[in-house]
Design a protein around this ligand. Structure first.
Ligand code: ATP
Ligand code: MG
Ligand code: MG
Length: 555
């Protein structure tokens, strides 16, 4: 990258280096709270932080911001680690805010001793009322000027578990008239009587985000602590806390903010994603319709496509919404280059080639991927009776129908040119068989004149005798509204698309797909890109549709 194409965070780092920050002191972190699975928004932060690490050859810590035992779980820790590795990044050190609980507590004691923190016993409502408004100063708590001894005594008793949640909190004593509401004696500790996934019942007081984050950055010698814009007003507090505890000879971290990534037609907050999971609107955090990394993976997205999406959607200073079609564009491009071409029929109708010998089977050769050289080939069995897609045939059709109709010719992919002659219908008038003749000289790749013959349409097909039954899961957007959580008077759940999952139980695919493995990527010719679902078993193929061949979303 030349200096012109640097994102603004990289420019900040460049300025710091130019101003004398030694390059060896660069250190970054990605700080997820283990209260849910990572989503495509987190991927922006991951790619940004680990991208900085790669660019400057600097360490990047993975820090679990685990200060709220009511919402955090080991399951989320494990999933987060797996997703980051899958995206292709490796952290330098795995850290936990909970590892700093004792240090944070000791610093809190110091704050109390220097008269900069106090225990408040008022109700949450009373304290909220005293906060004031941005244009009018707040009211000081009656406990604000308690003696240091009393504060130490109360805080230690909070820690010892003597008090119930909500009855006592520790607050910083800063400025109840500050124009920044966060500086009006913010909360440092609250009582939570719940086992923590790592520290068990060691603690019943837990530090707040603001009292934890900057100090954790400081302890880990993080040079640039990058967070999202909603923390901009927290920066003053971040710095105030560091002023209280930081040794002037040690690296002082700085917080910088960038805009959250939002994606159209979905929600991103973990609380809302959890609601989708708990209400069973989706099958889990990794449901292929979810904007989670695990959902995208199961859907068939590749790490490369997600990294590419992060690169093209960029890092900005202003909130904006990225259209989900950009994400789809990124995976489509990747799969076009990397997916193996195969054939499957989702809505089958029987086709009989009357002049092809009964009982004969030919193994035809299919190129795995015309987009790459030497992609190899695989064999596809051909016989007299085939399935084709119902919608690829019309008894009579106009000139614009480049598929099969009576009297017209099409090519069967990798095989012969056929001509439809007649149909057989059931009593209800549905076509149950299409009878065709075949130009036996026209086999693709056979070198004959007929094999080069151009006809208007090419159809995919599967030999009935060799076809393998498969279940196909096709997905549409999970929400039918572009911004389901943007309405103040309506709940995002009202916009869930009731038709976001369509299951085709009896599709037929070519036998090559029996060997499909999780993570293999396929292009079903003319239908789209597909990948095996984790619920598939021996003898029960299940494929997820990743994305169609073209952007077909009706605007
Ligand atoms: P959520 O509202 O989804 O719970 P969060 O910010 O509370 O989001 P964290 O686990 O704290 O989730 O996020 C870890 C890191 O990822 C933070 O630095 C956060 O700023 C960043 N991050 C979270 N969501 C996004 C997003 N949509 N775009 C960019 N970065 C994000
Ligand atoms: Mg957070
Ligand atoms: Mg959160």
């Amino acid at each position: 990258k030349d200096s012109e194409s640097l994102n603004f965070i990289e420019q900040i780092v460049e300025q710091d280096l130019a101003a004398g920050l030694p390059k060896e002191q660069l250190r970054f972190r990605f700080p997820p709270e283990p209260n849910g699975y990572l989503h495509i928004g987190h991927a922006a932060s991951i790619c940004l932080n680990f991208g900085l690490g790669e660019r400057y050859n600097a360490p990047v810590n993975l820090r679990f911001d685990d200060t709220n035992p009511t919402k955090e779980e080991q399951e989320y820790v494990d999933a987060i680690k797996h997703d980051i590795e899958w995206l292709g990044f490796q952290w330098a050190t795995e850290c936990y805010s909970s590892d700093y609980f004792q240090q944070l507590y000791d610093w809190a004691i110091e704050l109390i001793k220097s008269g900069k923190a106090y225990v408040d016993k008022q109700s949450a409502e009373a304290m909220a009322e005293q906060k004031g408004t941005p244009t009018s100063p707040g009211v000081e708590s009656p406990h604000r000027n308690q003696s240091v001894e009393e504060n130490l005594d109360l805080f230690q008793r909070m820690k010892a578990g003597e008090f119930e949640p909500g009855t006592h909190i520790l607050r910083a004593k800063i400025d109840m008239a500050s124009p920044n509401m966060l500086m009006r004696d913010p909360l440092l500790y609250r009582i939570v009587k719940k086992a923590h996934h790592r520290t068990g019942n060691d603690w019943c007081i837990y530090p707040m985000y603001d009292w934890t984050h900057g100090q954790s950055d400081y302890l880990e010698s993080i040079s640039h602590s990058i967070c999202t814009l909603e923390f901009k007003s927290h920066r003053e507090l971040y710095d105030w806390f560091l002023d209280q505890i930081a040794d002037p000879d040690r690296l002082r971290p700085k917080q910088r903010e960038f805009a959250r990534r939002n994606l159209s037609y979905t929600v991103m907050s973990k609380r809302k994603l959890l609601e989708l999971v708990q209400s069973k609107t989706v099958s889990g955090w990794d449901d292929p319709r979810m904007p989670t990394i695990s959902g995208l993976r199961r859907r068939g997205y590749t790490p490369e496509s997600i990294r590419k999406f992060s690169e093209v959607s960029g890092i900005t200073k202003r909130d904006s919404v990225t259209d989900v079609s950009l994400l789809e564009f990124c995976i489509r491009e990747d799969l076009n280059k990397n997916a193996t071409r195969v054939m499957g029929v989702l809505d089958p109708v029987k086709l009989i080639i009357t002049n092809y010998p009964e009982g004969k089977v030919e193994m035809l050769t299919a190129e795995n991927n015309p987009e790459i050289e030497n992609s190899g080939t695989h064999e596809v069995p051909f016989s007299r009776e085939l399935y084709i897609e119902k919608e690829d045939f019309k008894e009579s059709a106009g000139n614009k129908f480049f598929r099969l109709s009576i009297g017209k010719e099409v090519r069967l992919k990798n095989a012969y040119i056929i001509k439809a002659e007649s149909v057989v219908k059931d009593n209800a008038g549905n076509i149950i068989e299409i009878h065709c003749t075949c130009d036996l000289d026209s086999r693709s790749g056979s070198g004959t004149e007929s094999s080069e013959r151009k006809v208007k349409g090419t159809l995919h097909w599967v030999s009935i005798q060799h076809a393998v039954k498969a279940e196909i899961r096709e997905y549409d957007r999970l929400f039918f509204d572009e911004a389901p959580d943007s309405y103040s008077d309506r709940n995002f759940m009202e916009f869930v698309n009731p038709e976001s999952l369509k299951i085709v139980e009896t599709a037929f695919v070519e036998p090559f797909l029996q060997e499909a493995k999780l993570d293999d990527k396929f292009q079903f010719q003319r239908l789209g890109y597909f990948t095996l679902d984790k619920e598939a078993q021996a003898g029960q193929l299940i494929f997820n549709k990743t994305v169609g061949l073209k952007d077909s979303w009706a605007k």
